[in-house]
Design a protein around this ligand. Structure first.
Ligand code: WTA
Length: 699
């Protein structure tokens, strides 16, 4: 048995007993139940295995189809499931056109600029229709794009972002939105992978009181894409203030164009929504995985839109009368599904806030909520922790009333949940803790807001039509109530799952299905459980508590970053010999990356190299990946076969028990590194959270 296998066997997930206090239930307020979309408990029966997959017609029937489908689920090429086969629809038509008859004068989007003296702008469905049509005309007639082409959109939270996405969807162009906080490099690599020849940018945006220059990133993105073999012929630039350019980056003639200029030729143009196959890709969303290269999660049109619409209606409880505010960024999957596609498909009013939540102070979100009379609020544990730290009593000062609140993206500590419930929600709102991933399209586990009691810290049961299970390393089911952690999997396909990883079918199979596939020849979906790469525990009441990633992904402030991606950024600094990145607990962001580097022989100025490493990470990925610390160490702890022991470094960073190191090639290094990080005196160790105890075992 190899050394790493020995370590793995010692602490396999199934053997980690999870000790945590069972929290008591909270019940949905009667007032919420009285108005909820989903109050019929027979939903679970309707979506039970005996009615699968036809149960998902209920979601697809919430959409308007140009042509009805003939096969709900096609399993002939596992695990490449096909949904609503034969059907045709248009996502933009479903989010915009079909609402005009009834709601043309209702706000579709309310844009709240970060500067408080700049007024909020309501965009009605009619206005959205006009803007989307004219933008689609630019994409088609000026940029020469057609259905199936890919376009990379690197934009902040301004209304032109959803307008551009919907314009793409109208024509069947596959959009790939890159989070605005990512660097130009990160954008260029994604543009190249997707084969985009057009980039769409914004010149600038407000963040933390400053008008940030965003167009500068486009220059880098174009160069990087070019180096990767993907020429960029056009960069279309939305100006934050039309007519006034707010970036220092020059506009390159013949390549760069201001959208407000080229739109002039398309004013009043109407573009027919393309009738798209249900299986036509709608968008790509790049996300981090175990290897260095981010993967393009490819979402389909029909299944995805049906799934986000159904879950927005039943789990988010969205009605057209609601003012719904999801504080996520559209550049992440949460924003795609639950700011843009789901809410707009239901004719809701979706609020778009440009800036940071605590600008200029921690009362800002509550002022926005009061002013717009927001009644559904959706955010992440990181934002909740931050607002609680900065202004624990702020919510009380404002007269707003939420009926419903969501937490998403990371595990939420029960104390933080209770503050959210009591202070932010004023004890009046129901909370859903929704667990899901970029690959999933929409929620997988959550309580049904009017039907199930809430339990702080637990996501809840599988959604209707989702059959989760926890397996141990050998694929044995870990029963409910056993207090053992394992790998959460979904036994069945569902309409929101990605079709594949863009251009890499093999990686799709390997990443999500290889681990627990019972028979690679089988065409029966029962043999193909989806492996989510999250650890979880199942309580006897059927509620799942999510513990965090079991792979090399760090969840920083609810954003997924690959340790390998950060390590490769470190290695671009020529003085660095080796680099290891581990997650470290942070009381606001949940986890942050911490970097260990060793220097090449003859290099002595560790401090300067550490600064270069931080700069390289910000350039290659973005500020969100900035490490908490960079430790310059004499050597890395390694196994005799030369494998870098990230588990040991994670234990040092988090002051956890280091465990057995006798099998290492250089056990003395461990104490040297420990002193460097923790100081001379031995600090008391702690048990540490489950995801950190497991971190790096498989390396
Ligand atoms: C984590 C975000 C605990 C999980 C929608 C998952 C959560 C990763 C929760 C996906 C939750 C998401 N409780 N952990 N309610 N929701 N996660 O792809 O580790 O950005 O694998 O999708 O976030 O992150 P992603």
């Amino acid at each position: 048995m190899s050394n790493s296998a020995a370590t793995l066997a010692e602490t396999s997930e199934a053997e980690i007993a999870v000790h945590w206090k069972e929290e008591g239930y909270y019940y949905p307020p009667a007032q919420f139940i009285g108005q909820a979309n989903l109050t019929d408990p027979s939903i679970m029966e309707r979506f039970s295995e005996k009615n699968f997959p036809e149960c998902f017609r209920e979601y697809a029937d919430m959409l308007t189809w140009f042509k009805y489908w003939h096969t709900t689920l096609d399993t002939s090429d596992p695990p490449f499931w096909k949904w609503f086969v034969g059907g045709q629809l248009n996502a933009c038509y479903n989010c915009v056109d079909r609402h005009l008859a009834k709601y043309k004068n209702k706000a579709a989007l309310i844009f709240v600029p970060e500067p408080e003296d700049e007024p909020a702008a309501a965009i009605t469905y009619q206005e959205l229709y006009r803007r989307v049509n004219e933008t689609a005309a630019v994409l088609r007639d000026f940029a020469g794009l057609k259905a199936g082409d890919r376009v990379t959109i690197h934009m902040p939270m301004i209304p032109e972002l959803p307008v551009t996405m919907l314009a793409c969807a109208r024509l069947g162009i596959i959009h790939s939105v890159v989070f605005g906080g990512f660097s130009g490099e990160a954008c260029g690599l994604r543009a190249a992978d997707s084969g985009s020849r057009v980039l769409i940018y914004a010149d600038s945006y407000w963040r933390n009181g400053k008008l940030a220059d965003h167009k500068a990133a486009a220059e880098i993105a174009v160069d990087v894409a070019q180096k990767e073999g993907q020429p960029i012929d056009k960069v279309l630039v939305w100006r934050r203030y039309p007519g006034k350019y707010s970036s220092a980056a020059p506009m390159k003639p013949g390549r760069d164009y201001f959208m407000d200029d080229v739109l002039k030729d398309c004013s009043r143009t109407r573009v027919e929504p393309a009738s798209m196959d249900a299986e036509a890709p709608l968008f790509l969303m790049y996300t981090s995985g175990t290897t260095g290269k981010p993967k393009g999660c490819q979402h389909r049109t029909g299944g995805y839109l049906a799934y986000v619409t159904g879950t927005s209606k039943y789990i988010q409880d969205i009605h057209p009368e609601d003012v719904y505010w999801c504080m996520a960024d559209i550049g992440w999957i949460t924003g795609h599904s639950y700011i843009v596609y789901g809410p707009l498909a239901l004719a809701a009013t979706s609020v778009l806030y440009e800036g940071v939540p605590n600008y200029p102070d921690a009362g800002r979100p509550w002022r926005i909520a009061e002013r717009l009379d927001v009644n559904i609020f959706h955010t992440s544990p990181t934002a909740i922790r931050m607002l609680r730290k900065a202004g624990p009593d702020e919510p009380k000062k404002y007269d707003y009333h939420f009926k419903h609140m969501t937490t998403v993206g990371e595990p939420i500590e029960p104390e933080v949940w209770k503050w959210y419930y009591e202070v932010v929600g004023k004890g009046e709102a129901v909370i859903v803790d929704t667990w899901w991933q970029t690959e999933n399209g929409g929620f997988l586990c959550s309580t049904k807001p009017a039907l199930d009691p809430m339990k702080p810290g637990s996501a809840g049961p599988g959604l209707p039509g989702i059959y989760p299970v926890i397996y141990d390393e050998e694929g044995r089911e870990i029963p409910a109530g056993s207090h053992k952690a394992g790998n959460i999997c979904i036994r069945n396909p569902w309409p929101g799952i990605i079709q594949t990883i863009w251009g890499d079918r093999e990686r799709f199979v390997r990443q999500y299905y290889q681990k627990y596939c019972r028979n690679p020849q089988s065409k029966d979906w029962h043999d193909w459980p989806y492996f989510a790469a999250d650890g979880a525990v199942l309580a006897s009441d059927g509620y799942f508590r999510i513990l965090g990633r079991v792979d090399d992904v760090i969840n920083v402030a609810g954003h997924r970053l690959g340790t390998k991606e950060i390590e490769s950024a470190c290695l671009t600094v020529p003085e660095v010999a080796e680099a290891a990145v581990v997650p470290v607990v942070d009381d606001v962001k949940g986890r942050m990356p911490e970097v260990y580097i060793s220097l090449k022989p003859g290099v002595s100025d560790g401090h300067r190299v550490a600064e270069k490493v931080t700069a390289a990470i910000e350039t290659m990925i973005g500020k969100i990946a900035r490490p908490k610390h960079v430790h310059v160490v004499p050597d890395m702890p390694k196994t005799r076969s030369g494998k870098l022991m990230r588990r040991v470094l994670a234990a040092i960073s988090n002051r956890m028990e280091i465990g057995d190191i006798t099998t290492l090639a250089n056990p003395d290094v461990v104490e040297q590194v420990r002193r460097l990080v923790q100081g001379e005196a031995r600090v008391p160790t702690r048990e540490g959270p489950e995801d950190l105890r497991r971190f790096g075992q498989e390396a």
